[in-house]
Design a protein around this ligand. Structure first.
Ligand code: T4K
Length: 435
């Protein structure tokens, strides 16, 4: 199999993502969708038909270069470089400059929310949001998430309390959240894991009943919807990560979006040391500002979002069709009646599959396919939480089960379907159980 060449832009994404391009107002002058052309950095002539052909058994790897989960989606280089050049000419690099302000306006209008407060990354955005909401004591979060969700609380000496997930959705189980509430609980952070919405309605009901503040970590959810409404407007605020590995990136970056004017104003102060005017600090703050160059990357990528969705969706379908024929492997599906960014290809390995999840990952790594075990072993099994709560696992059985079964496979605009077919041929041989 030869896997080298270019991926050209695809047509509209189809399904609920149709019209996304129109929505963000980007079309070529002739009305055609943007064309993205990419060098695909993976090459392979290898054909795998039996276990003897696997690199883990001594054969050469399928790919000369590593294929990563999290290769960035990068929009039109020329438009980005033009923006970068304008920034250099302007001599204005940071401190809520004109590009950052334009970025905030474009994001808020894209998401249909009143305010976007752009930040330097998603973790600082989480810290500022939780502080602005005056969370203290205990806050309920899933353990099955990236460690930043918990650390953002711990960093402020707020205790993250881990609630179990629904194994079908990988999101918080409302009944488990309810069980973890104590007199010290002040809030809940739902995570829209893999870009699939948390049980928003149920969490809202719990928050109302117990007088708790509710916000969402929407780091995975940019461009994804719940009942047709883009994530961003739920709870008191929602936090996005725009890290390089995210569906939509600004190199590093993040934002808190909200419809609450007072909260937005408070977060704007907090992200800029609490400055109100030149010499007047009216609040304790930090430095959470987004740079102009990051905002320029964001504006450029926003214009090419529909192409990213289209490529991710094509990859997702390619994986899904192949995985459907392998008993014991299943893919976490995206609801096609919603908008999705298809950024995570999440495969679950059934207990009866002949090869363990960890062995599958070893086999793939040997072929230079750097699949990930997100979010194993769960935050509660990492420090400092492992030492603080050595018995937390007792109330997190679904977290344990899911974290031990999931493999996340590479996707993104830099990955060609031929490479996916190569990866699937490896998994086909693995399924024979002889590795
Ligand atoms: N909440 C949630 C639910 C999150 O998932 C995250 C971040 C946050 C909060 C915090 O947001 P930030 O503060 O990060 O904005 C990665 C990302 O670093 C992290 O942002 C992300 N979640 C998490 C799910 O994945 P790692 O440590 O697993 O992988 P990393 O950063 O080493 O990158 C993965 C692979 O991507 C690399 O092996 C190579 C490739 N890569 C990476 C970069 C940075 C590239 O090809 N190009 C690049 O520029 O955390």
């Amino acid at each position: 199999m030869k896997v080298k060449g270019v991926v050209t832009g695809l047509g509209a994404a189809g399904g609920a993502n149709d019209g996304l391009l129109k929505r963000i107002g980007v079309r070529n002058s002739d009305g055609a969708s943007m064309k993205l052309v990419r060098d695909v950095d993976v090459t392979s002539d290898k054909i795998i038909s039996s276990a003897a052909d696997l690199a883990i058994n001594g054969a050469p790897p399928m790919f000369a270069e590593p294929i990563h989960v999290g290769r960035p989606n990068i929009g039109d280089h020329k438009r980005f470089l033009q923006r970068a050049s304008n920034i250099l000419d302007s001599g204005w690099l940071s401190n809520n400059g004109p590009i950052a302000q334009e970025f905030e306006q474009r994001i808020a209008s894209f998401l249909g929310v009143k305010h976007c407060v752009a930040m330097c990354n998603g973790t600082i955005a989480l810290e500022i949001a939780t502080r602005a909401l005056e969370l203290k004591g205990e806050v309920i979060v899933p353990s099955y998430t990236f460690i930043a969700t918990a650390h953002a609380l711990q960093w402020q000496e707020i205790t993250p309390i881990f609630a179990d997930i629904d194994p079908a959705t990988h999101n918080l189980d409302p009944a488990a959240v309810w069980r973890m509430i104590t007199p010290r609980t002040t809030g809940i952070i739902g995570v829209h894991l893999w870009g699939r919405a948390s049980p928003v309605k149920e969490l809202e009901a719990i928050a109302r009943e117990h007088n708790l503040r509710l916000m969402f970590d929407a780091s995975h959810g940019f461009g994804c919807s719940l009942n047709g409404e883009l994530l961003g407007g739920f709870g008191e605020c929602e936090v996005f990560s725009f890290h390089a590995t995210k569906f939509f990136n600004t190199f590093e970056g993040g934002a808190v979006v909200t419809n609450n004017d007072t909260l937005a104003e408070k977060m704007r102060l907090m992200r800029n040391f609490g400055f109100s005017g030149y010499d007047n600090v009216i609040y304790p703050g930090t430095n959470g500002k987004m740079t102009e160059i990051a905002a320029a990357m964001g504006l450029t990528n926003l214009e090419d979002l529909a192409d990213f969705v289209a490529m991710n969706r094509r990859n997702y379908q390619c994986y899904r069709d192949a995985i459907a024929s392998i008993p014991g492997l299943s893919m976490l599906e995206y609801d096609e009646s919603e908008r999705n960014n298809y950024q995570y290809v999440v495969v679950e390995v059934a207990p009866y599959f002949p090869v363990s999840r960890d062995r599958i990952v070893d086999v793939l790594h040997a072929e230079n396919v750097l699949a990930r075990k997100y979010f194993w072993p769960g935050c509660h099994n990492m420090e400092p939480y492992r030492s603080y709560y050595p018995h937390a696992g007792l109330v997190l059985p679904n977290t344990k089960r899911v974290a031990e079964r999931v493999v996340v496979l590479p996707t993104g605009s830099a990955l060609h379907v031929d490479a996916i077919r190569g990866i699937m041929s490896v998994l086909g041989v693995v399924a024979s159980g002889t590795v």
